[in-house]
Design a binder for this molecule. Structure first.
Ligand code: CA
Length: 376
């Protein structure tokens, strides 16, 4: 079976494939000695209590930005508390030290020590990096965490980022994002043709193949562009953050989506700085990063619950894309993946790892989560 054919694979076939792949002889055993979060490099074990370590961390978010910004602030406080004040992380919100989307280069070159952002922003460096955020119709938050931590994702990511002197960690997950806000209803694929929509990343490339005209706009210009009809639609994140943008006032049709089913955020260190840190400080970062990843993921879920209820109270109507839009999306994804794989070996390698894992995971997710939610 062609590995890239998962989108059209019937569930029965995928279940059979999953069963085959689950034979012990085929199954990749988890080598805990190589596990990225279990490493025991004890070269620099002891903290010099008299010497404080200061880490300069820049983010792609404004100061105190809900969930992402505040989550990183909590992380920095936890690191300080847990280290007894011996490790301090100073946060530079976007544009206070480096521009929002210059954090990758600034950390790579050593101007800053660490950053919090999203891997899909760096697809211009290497298209494979967009895959670490997830793919349309791909992993849920739970599944991508599982692939990253136990399925080889984090190792691949670290191997590829190491070429840029970077060492990434999981830094939160937005959970399933909404398909976006539309000024007019989408009753069929025909209604998508020529639509100007703010949608970045792989989702944007997939929508482009479906006839949409993707537009990139800074966050501060989206509302006005939507209001004036310069764009016809926009995706953003989900109810928790969308409600603050006020899109419901100018584009009342709110669609559920599949273009970002579990986008991860990243906490990335300069590899040079990371290697210089004591083993204890490294361990503190690992534990606090893991806490941040879990907390931010839960906070998105929590805030989405209340924001969705509030949006419905404001009269927002929820919609699903019609079937022909979803079918066209799956077809478009195959084309985008095939094109990017043929141009970039790294992309092909990461996509294969994702696709192999997804084949297995969907069999379990279908029989457990999908059935459960249908009955709940
Ligand atoms: Ca988004």
């Amino acid at each position: 079976m062609n590995r890239r054919d998962f989108l059209t694979t019937a569930s029965a076939t995928s279940a059979a494939l999953a069963l085959n792949a689950c034979n012990e002889s085929d199954r990749k055993a988890i080598d805990y000695s190589k596990h990225p979060q279990k490493k025991t490099d004890k070269k620099n074990v002891y903290i010099n209590k008299n010497k404080k370590t200061l880490i300069k961390l820049a983010t792609s978010w404004p100061a105190h930005f809900p969930i992402m910004g505040t989550g990183v602030e909590k992380f920095a406080q936890r690191v300080k508390d847990v280290s007894g004040g011996s490790l301090e992380i100073k946060i530079y919100p976007k544009n206070t030290l480096v521009p929002a989307l210059a954090v990758f280069d600034a950390c790579s070159s050593g101007q800053i020590d660490a950053f919090h952002s999203g891997p899909y922003y760096w697809k211009g460096k290497n298209s494979a990096f967009s895959l670490y955020s997830g793919i349309p119709f791909g992993f849920t938050a739970e599944e991508i965490n599982s692939w990253m931590t136990f399925g080889g994702g984090l190792e691949l990511w670290r191997e590829q980022y190491a070429k840029y002197n970077l060492h990434p960690f999981l830094g939160g997950n937005t959970n399933i994002q909404m398909g976006g806000w539309f000024r007019k209803p989408i009753n069929s694929l025909a209604d998508m043709q020529g639509l100007k929509m703010r949608i970045p990343g792989l989702g944007g490339e997939v929508f482009a193949k479906m006839g949409v005209n993707p537009v990139l706009l800074p966050a501060g210009e989206i509302y006005t562009s939507l209001e004036r009809g310069v764009i016809d639609a926009t995706e953003w994140v989900g109810p928790a953050l969308d409600i603050k943008m006020g899109f419901y006032k100018v584009a009342p049709y709110y669609y559920s989506g599949w273009h970002e089913p579990g986008s991860i955020l990243e906490l990335t260190f300069s590899k040079h700085i990371w290697k210089k840190m004591s083993f204890e400080h490294q361990s503190i970062i690992e534990v606090c990063a893991s806490e941040m990843n879990a907390n931010m993921t839960s906070e998105f879920h929590h805030e989405n619950i209340y924001a969705l209820s509030k949006l419905q109270g404001l009269g927002v109507k929820l919609h699903n894309f019609p079937a022909d839009v979803n079918i066209a999306g799956k077809k478009a994804l195959k084309e985008v993946v095939s094109e990017l794989s043929s141009k970039n070996e790294d992309f092909e390698k990461v996509y294969e790892s994702i696709n192999d894992y997804l084949q297995l995971s969907r069999a379990w997710s279908d029989v457990s989560l999908r059935n459960f939610l249908n009955e709940r």
